[in-house]
Design a protein around this ligand. Structure first.
Ligand SMILES: [Zn+2]
Length: 394
């Protein structure tokens, strides 16, 4: 086994052992990474959340006063409870052609590869720096990275470009859809089910809202903008959860609807939100209030991150990443990432990481050694470009 791969596996083994579910503190993991970088003489900046229990880590290898290449990934993982793991989730299990372990796919393997490459980056980052940006709370709506990005936005030097290591089987992804998600709490009036005219049935109004959302979804599918590079090639609207009521003979006074919009990069999700809000405010709520003045439909935003757009001005980054990945074909991905947020502060971004999203978030999550090696080759090619100081050369 070549030394960078052995080192990546050792680091991966450590990373897997940290319980960095989004519900837990990521500080033990961050401290481990900080210590590892410190050992190489690289200081990290931590950007903590309001509670002080989580932090983004940002570190620069090479000159700090020059823009460079940013390698980014999230430290948090989704829970594994209730999944039929056949190997211990918190340990790394080595098999002939792969390693298994908690969230090895999404996305600790990318972090491990990047960290294994640090000595190499130190060698080459004389003129052009390499920045590491490790975030928290990505899995719950790309929340954590925003604190880091608002700092970077106003920093004297921003990265020239960013590569996010979400699993794309090492093929360069140049676009993904954006996502908005909401919870609508419907507050009606309870009563005996025989006296329906005296109550406000929150479940009924929740159902009317989901029916309306379904109409919007159908309209977008049949008449909305299309982009054939996505599957499906239109903006989707989906209700994921609906609840309400306590017993058959009680008029429900409370119901909830959770829905999401996944928009094409060139489609504005706000139009859907505005239409649904108008419908609740102008149609549903007045009907509810005619019976009970205290009725309401309250909106809560759950998730909001922008799409990643394939921008012609960023063609140089596409070329750089495709040549490093030794695959000229780019793709889009169906899942979201922090990429749209990096792009929103003016940092050109693509997504490229080892393994497939199909292996992510599952029991016995694994990564093949072949994919890890390809990711190391990718990093080695990037290191070559960093050494030549020619990130933007065609
Ligand atoms: Zn991920």
């Amino acid at each position: 086994m070549n030394p960078p791969l052995a080192s990546a596996l050792d680091i991966l083994e450590r990373l897997i052992a940290f319980d960095s579910r989004s519900s837990e503190s990521n500080l033990p993991l961050v401290e481990y990474v900080r210590g590892l970088l410190h050992g190489y003489g690289i200081e990290s900046t931590l950007v903590p959340d309001a509670s002080g229990t989580k932090a983004n880590l940002y570190a620069t290898i090479g000159p700090r006063d020059k823009p460079g290449l940013c390698l980014s990934g999230h430290t948090d993982v989704v829970p594994a409870a209730g999944q039929p793991w056949t190997v211990p989730a918190f340990e790394m299990t080595r098999a002939a052609d792969r390693v298994l372990g908690r969230r090895v796919a999404d996305m600790k393997r990318f972090l491990a590869v990047v960290l294994a490459m640090v000595p190499r980056f130190i060698d080459v980052a004389r003129q052009t720096p390499v920045h590491l940006a490790f975030s928290y709370d990505e899995e719950v709506g790309c929340l954590g990275v925003r604190g880091l990005l608002s700092r970077l936005k106003d920093a004297p030097v921003r990265p020239l470009a960013c590569i996010i290591g979400e699993p794309t089987s090492m093929q360069v992804a140049v676009a993904h859809k954006g996502k908005r998600a909401y919870r609508c709490c419907v507050e009606g009036l309870a009563g005996h089910s025989s006296l329906t005219h005296l109550g406000v049935n929150a479940a009924d109004f929740a159902a009317e809202l989901t029916t309306y959302l379904r109409r919007i979804a159908r309209d977008l599918r049949e008449h909305g903008p299309r982009d054939p590079s996505f599957e499906p090639p239109y903006t989707t609207v989906h209700t994921g959860r609906i609840s309400g009521g306590i017993a058959l003979n009680v008029i429900p006074d409370h119901a909830e609807v959770e829905f999401e919009i996944r928009n094409l990069p060139d489609d504005d999700p706000q139009a859907v939100v505005d239409a649904a809000r108008r419908y609740t405010e102008q149609t549903l709520v007045p009907e509810m209030r005619a019976v009970h003045a205290g009725s309401a439909i309250e909106w809560q935003s759950l998730i909001d991150y922008p799409a990643l757009r394939d921008q012609p001005v960023d063609a140089w980054l596409k070329h750089l990443a495709c040549s490093a990945a030794r695959n000229p074909e780019t793709r889009t991905v169906s899942f979201g990432s922090e990429g749209g947020l990096f792009q929103a502060i003016g940092v050109p971004t693509v997504v490229c990481g080892p393994g497939s999203i199909e292996q992510a978030h599952k029991a016995d999550e694994y990564v093949t050694l072949a994919q890890l090696s390809r990711c190391l080759d990718f990093m080695e090619a990037l290191a070559g470009r960093v050494a030549a100081g020619s990130l933007q050369a065609a």
